[in-house]
Write a protein that binds this ligand. Structure first.
Ligand SMILES: [Cu+2]
Length: 529
């Protein structure tokens, strides 16, 4: 993707001449970076993590007026270095934080930035409860045990039936506090896929994700913070970017809410940005996408789209996310055994699609709570412990709940959202079906004058940090049963599970059923059976 950073091309927060608003902005940025060294408070909520649950979160912040604008004013005159705020501390409520940082809400609402870099915009509704609750922790996943890579794979510390130590995220929406703390050492890979709708200035609603850092059960000595970084996402300010030297990081036992106003639809990825080579490789990565405002209109026979295309050219009947990641067994073993890998020796032993290797990629999703899958693939959880319910017949995939199987009916338009947060470029090929690339890096394939630059291909070459949006028309059904087409990586080492001659890794199947054979999708990656 174009940029790991958060500064949009139109933003002047780094490059603007020192106009008065920009100077104040600079002060503001200084202040926000101070917060990195402070801590968000622990949630004191005992209610389940639902939209209706009130979460009281406090935070220690540099001394400042409850009104950040006033504070910025003061510092602009009496504190040329903008660092007096580091000296004193006073309690700072979550509401204050959101008012301070979230920002855009209070700042733009008062018109402070009008005429500078942000378009005027009505203030948002009152800060509500988060739309999604994520937790960061460690855990164990399953990868094929043979051939072994002694002593790294399978890891002798792994509880049966698992093989590989990970760091990762979990969707903890709906869990109570005890259930939440139970999820320590129960991370999943890849991270929970989630989505939201493009921000609508006419009906401003912020999208809020609360992140809890549960700590690492196997490595209590590693008191690493975690963050949520939407890679390639154009934040207006870096406060919620998740890059820890320029924004907040969530330390062990702490809670923080990220607030988003996604302006550009398309497919993104997210990852923890703390010690990011390590935390990304260890599994704190997943796919996130933004639905366009055009959704719901009937354009070109579709009501769901990838972009605001105006003509239905990115419309689809079914959608499937394909998140590419890699596992270097030695690095995972090293973190479990209190060792340090030599990252320059990096090799990808396993290529993963949605956190699994073929043929596990075609195993079903874990049981999904369709009604709860509003903003994320909500895997059903044990009603007592809150732990993930494993896919039917696959206890070893309990913490790899996301299937990569593509089920569709003949003649349907299918959207595939690819994102790669492995460290190597890959070449995903769909044998026998032409894919049309309609978007890259959350940008529709249109020239500045609107020229259609989409193209057909059988292979997409997708580098680390890149995303692709493609659509294809499911071919006619010949049956009986379903017709199978292979979607696989042409990069052989990413497709062999280390076994000679075997099919594995980043591969899955497209299964085409007779027209009407599958019900409509209820959520992304729904198999419709
Ligand atoms: Cu992390």
């Amino acid at each position: 993707m174009a940029s790991c950073g958060s500064t949009p091309p139109t933003s002047t927060c780094r490059s603007a001449p020192a106009t008065r608003p920009s100077r104040r902005w600079g002060r503001f940025r200084t202040k926000t970076s101070c917060i990195t060294t402070t801590e968000s408070g622990r949630s004191t909520s005992t209610a389940p993590r639902r939209a209706s649950a009130a979460t009281a979160t406090s935070m220690w912040m540099p001394s400042m007026s409850p009104d950040p604008i006033d504070n910025a004013h003061r510092n602009g005159t009496s504190d040329p270095k903008g660092d007096t705020g580091m000296i004193f501390k006073q309690p700072f409520s979550r509401r204050d934080l959101l008012k301070f940082a979230g920002g855009a809400v209070a700042i733009v609402g008062t018109g402070v930035w009008a005429g500078n870099i942000l378009l005027p915009e009505a203030a948002s509704a009152a800060i509500g409860d988060p739309d999604l609750y994520l937790a960061g922790t460690d855990g164990w996943i399953f990868l094929p045990k043979t051939p072994a890579i002694p002593p790294f794979h399978p890891d002798v510390l792994a509880p049966d039936p698992f093989t590989t130590y990970i760091f990762g995220f979990r969707n903890v929406t709906g869990l109570g506090d005890t259930q939440l703390t139970n999820q320590k050492n129960k991370a999943q890979h890849s991270a929970p896929m989630f989505w939201t709708k493009q921000f609508d200035p006419a009906h401003p609603v912020d999208f809020t994700v609360q992140l809890t850092n549960l700590g690492l059960a196997l490595r209590p000595d590693l008191f690493d913070a975690h963050t949520l970084h939407w890679h390639g996402f154009r934040n207006v300010i870096p406060f919620f970017d998740g890059e820890p030297s320029g924004s907040v990081a969530v330390r062990t036992g702490r809670v923080f809410s990220y607030v988003y106003r996604p302006r550009e639809p398309g497919t993104y990825m997210f990852h923890c940005h703390v010690e990011d080579v390590e935390h990304v490789q260890m599994g704190m990565t997943g796919l996130v996408f933004v639905r366009p405002l055009q959704d719901g209109q009937n354009i070109g026979g579709h009501t769901q789209f990838i972009y605001n295309d105006g003509d239905g050219s990115t419309g689809f009947d079914r959608e499937f996310a394909m998140f590419l990641s890699e596992v270097w067994a030695e690095a995972h073993w090293a973190d479990a055994h209190i060792q340090l890998p030599q990252w320059s020796d990096y090799r990808a032993d396993f290529g993963l699609l949605n956190g699994r290797v073929y043929p596990d990629t075609i195993a079903p999703n874990a049981p999904i709570d369709a009604a709860a899958s509003i903003h994320a693939l909500a895997v059903q959880t044990d009603p007592v412990s809150g732990d993930l319910v494993a896919p039917v017949g696959h206890p070893e995939l309990q913490y790899q709940p996301q299937s990569s199987l593509v089920n569709c009916n003949a003649g349907e338009t299918v959207a595939l959202r690819f994102a790669n947060l492995g460290f190597r470029e890959q070449a995903m090929t769909l044998a026998g079906i032409r894919m049309r690339v309609v978007g890259r890096d959350a940008t529709p394939m249109r020239g500045r004058d609107g020229t259609d630059t989409s193209y057909e291909t059988e292979t997409i070459n997708i580098g680390p940090g890149e995303s692709f949006d493609v659509v294809f028309i499911a071919p006619g059904h010949t049956g009986p049963g379903f017709d199978t087409y292979m979607l696989y990586n042409r990069n052989y080492p990413a497709t062999n599970n280390l076994a000679p001659g075997g099919m594995g890794g980043q591969a899955t199947e497209i299964r085409v059923y007779a027209p009407g054979g599958l019900r409509a999708q209820a959520y992304p990656n729904d198999l419709g059976v």
